[in-house]
Design a protein around this ligand. Structure first.
Ligand SMILES: [Zn+2]
Length: 305
């Protein structure tokens, strides 16, 4: 197991079968006696707090959804769904609390969940958020309705189909002679530094997006680029694609519109930062792929690109 195998928010395919071929029969599956559901309320995910923190799963029939019910797949042989409970009234809040369950912001709890639970929570959050924000057809503006267990919306008026949205972002471990390029955005918590990242644009490969973003943000030319790993980032629906990139020169010119600062950091300094012992640099958050990529580089798991 390397650092790049431990990516938060990626549901392991071996544990959650997304069962795409069964989406058309999702309504029938929802009536199966063993059907279970995970729940959100106002963007927070219901977590069981007794013992190790884990995602709460209920019999689907025991919950009253406030909106769409999305078929996530099959877990341990049972259909698994995601739904939104809407704002909780006091009796419901008490009912959850009696079962040791509380809705929690996924960002604050993800690092404490199992890989499977964080992955299921991420899928649930992204999918429910997509339905909430895409009620109307982007082609004609009329209302659309959910199909295929939530994996498609279709416009009744013009017939257009709409699929869950995903925004591709590249994030890069830019290295040169045992140094890595890190930057800092002004709105981040004090001391926090991370890898550079940016959206992939239409008509562009991820590799070219890596070269363009590093040049735009830091003025550093990049040569070879190699794919490392990816992370679904459910706030609301980004796909972070991690690359190793070879810098061709040292001088840095940070773009003040994007970065407060950017600098080269040696491997030894990064070891101190990751251990929380660096006087000035705080590392990326535990659940971010930037952290996994940095840990992998420090551990020697990433050779040059
Ligand atoms: Zn339409």
């Amino acid at each position: 197991m390397t650092f790049l195998d431990r990516i938060t928010f990626a549901a392991p395919a071996a544990r959650l079968d997304r069962a795409a071929h069964r989406r058309a029969e999702a309504e029938t599956l929802a009536r199966a006696p063993g059907a279970r559901a995970v729940a959100l309320s106002e963007g927070r995910i219901a977590v069981a707090l007794d013992g190790d923190k884990r995602l709460a799963r209920w019999p689907l029939a025991a919950l009253e959804p406030a909106g769409e019910v999305v078929f996530l797949g099959v877990e341990d042989g049972a259909p698994l769904f995601a739904l939104d409970l809407g704002p909780l009234d006091e009796p419901m809040r008490e009912r959850l609390a009696a079962g040791g369950v509380k809705p929690i912001d996924l960002r604050s709890v993800a690092a404490e969940l199992s890989t499977l639970d964080a992955g299921i929570a991420a899928t649930a959050r992204s999918m429910l958020s997509w339905h909430e924000r895409h009620r109307f057809c982007s082609a004609c503006g009329r209302p659309s309705a959910m199909l295929d267990g939530g994996w498609r919306r279709r416009c009744e008026a013009c017939g257009a189909s709409h699929f869950p949205r995903l925004d591709p972002v590249v994030i890069m471990l830019v290295v040169r002679e045992d140094h890595v390029l890190i930057g800092r955005q002004p709105q981040w918590p004090p001391g926090l530094h991370s890898l550079l990242a940016g959206y992939v644009e239409p008509g562009e490969t991820p590799e070219d997006a890596v070269r363009r973003e590093v040049m735009e943000e830091a003025g550093v030319p990049v040569g070879r680029v190699r794919y490392l790993a990816a992370q679904p980032w459910p706030f609301p629906s980004t796909l972070m694609m991690g690359y190793a990139a070879e810098a061709l020169d040292w001088p840095i010119t940070p773009d003040p519109a994007e970065l407060e600062s950017a600098e080269w950091v040696s491997r030894a300094e990064m070891v101190e930062a990751l251990a929380g012992r660096h006087p000035r640099l705080a590392p990326p958050r535990l659940d971010a792929i930037a952290r996994s990529m940095t840990e992998a580089w420090v551990a020697g798991e990433v050779e040059g690109p």
